[in-house]
Design a protein around this ligand. Structure first.
Ligand SMILES: Nc1ncnc2c1ncn2[C@@H]1O[C@H](COP(=O)(O)OP(=O)(O)OP(=O)(O)O)[C@@H](O)[C@H]1O
Ligand SMILES: [Mg+2]
Length: 400
């Protein structure tokens, strides 16, 4: 049995290892945060016994912070005489993480906004896994999301047989969060129609859901531990702007892109290693390739090179998440068509091709932007440093 159970009322991720192996929550493709970090969470539960916790939280705010930001470099926790290291998972603004945790202990929901690929989803999963032991109680917002996908719907066979009853009600994530006292995640909230978003207003203000069909029994009061984490993409701004009444019920936090090339490189290497493990292989990683990608993404996103030259920014999203997937795609080709040696020294041409594919996916006009980047900035770097930059430059200028 996994050691870290979900909320105290009706656990939602207590799984036997046999269930995991049977694929209900595959540990291979994309394990949930609570499964991926089950050992760390179990260690933090033991470490955390004497810290004050909000009611129904699995961990104290101090332990949640430690789970997300990791033990400081060179330090570890002492547990039964054994050192335990907690991995740093979010790189960026530490005080933002602290504020997010405190918001969730209070009365307002938490809204994470920012550019695509800035780890809003990752942060909301980590917070939910650490606080509630469950990151899967989620509404995925789309243009087709309806109120019953958020609150509850009905099992029509039971409804016809027995009339409206709790038995016939099919809970949706908001209902589940309130009933169990756990976090409900609402992804891409601004993609859902404004009138659907507004069903959150009364739940966030009064912490009660009205179910008129159940008559006298139709009030669901939220248990302690319940809260909502929303995410919204700034590129979607204006698609379905949130009403000001709803905005007032959330604390907004803006998550910024990673501002440092060395950190971005570290994220690329960490994430690619974890992705390779999930895909069932363990390949050596190429430090130079990670530096090329982290630098290229950073410069194109900022519109300025490390040497201080201004450059045209592409309209496409230049997120860390994109850089991770380009590295991983190149690594998979090297691993499956080549072997460990090809993985250790990734082919710069394949990197450049994947980069161009990612930048030009919105429009072919972006090709000019990337060509200009190669013929100015990358050329300068290639003149200065022989090696990976030179090969990257030669690969880039040959691309059609
Ligand atoms: N500051 C960061 N710290 C750690 N990882 C990061 C950071 N920024 C981006 N990443 C990486 O980017 C990946 C994608 O992030 P995620 O999907 O959470 O972004 P998002 O902001 O939700 O994007 P979208 O708006 O497109 O939904 C993360 O899983 C992580 O690998
Ligand atoms: Mg997201």
């Amino acid at each position: 049995m996994w050691l870290f159970p979900c909320g105290p009322f009706a656990p939602c991720v207590i799984l036997s290892k046999r269930q995991c192996a049977a694929g209900r929550f595959s540990t291979k493709r994309r394990p949930t945060a609570e499964l991926r970090y089950a050992d760390e969470l179990a260690a933090l539960v033991r470490w955390d016994r004497n810290n004050p916790k909000p009611e129904n939280w699995q961990l104290s705010p101090r332990a949640v912070r430690l789970f997300i930001l990791g033990t400081p470099k060179g330090q570890s926790l002492e547990l039964d005489g054994e050192p335990v290291t907690i991995r740093k998972k979010y790189y960026g603004n530490d005080t933002l993480v602290e504020r997010c945790i405190i918001t969730l202990a209070g009365n307002r929901g938490l809204m994470l906004v920012g550019e695509p690929g800035t780890a809003k989803t990752m942060l909301s999963e980590l917070l939910s896994a650490a606080i509630s032991g469950c990151s899967t109680n989620t509404v995925q917002g789309t243009a087709g999301t309806t109120e019953d996908m958020i609150k509850y719907s009905w099992n029509y066979a039971l409804l016809l047989a027995k009339g409206p009853s709790r038995e016939a009600l099919v809970p949706a994530p908001l209902y589940v969060g309130m009933e169990r006292g756990i976090i409900t995640r609402f992804e891409e909230i601004t993609r859902t129609p404004a009138e659907v978003q507004d069903c959150l207003i009364s739940v966030l203000s009064d912490k009660v859901m009205n179910i008129p069909e159940l008559g006298d029994q139709g009030l669901l009061f939220a248990n302690p531990g319940f809260n909502v984490i929303g995410t919204a993409n700034t590129r979607d701004k204006g698609v379905n702007e949130m009403s000001s009444a709803l905005k007032r019920r959330f604390s907004f936090e803006t998550v910024q892109p990673v501002g440092d090339v060395a950190l971005e490189k570290q994220i690329i290497l960490d994430e690619v290693e974890a992705m390779a493990r999930s895909a069932g292989f363990s390949a050596p990683l190429d430090d130079d390739a990670a530096t090329l990608l982290a630098t290229t993404y950073h410069e194109l996103r900022q519109g300025i090179s490390a040497e201080g030259m201004r450059l045209k920014k592409p309209a496409a999203v230049m997120s860390t998440a994109e850089a991770v997937s380009i590295y991983f795609q190149t690594l998979m080709s090297a691993w499956y068509y080549g072997g460990p040696e090809q993985a250790r020294h990734l082919d710069e041409r394949a990197l450049a091709e994947n980069l161009v594919g990612a930048v030009a996916k919105e429009s072919r006009e972006e090709l000019a932007t990337i060509r200009e980047y190669f013929s100015t900035i990358v050329q300068k770097k290639a003149e200065r440093e022989d090696g990976a930059w030179k090969r990257f430059y030669e690969a880039g200028i040959r691309l059609k």
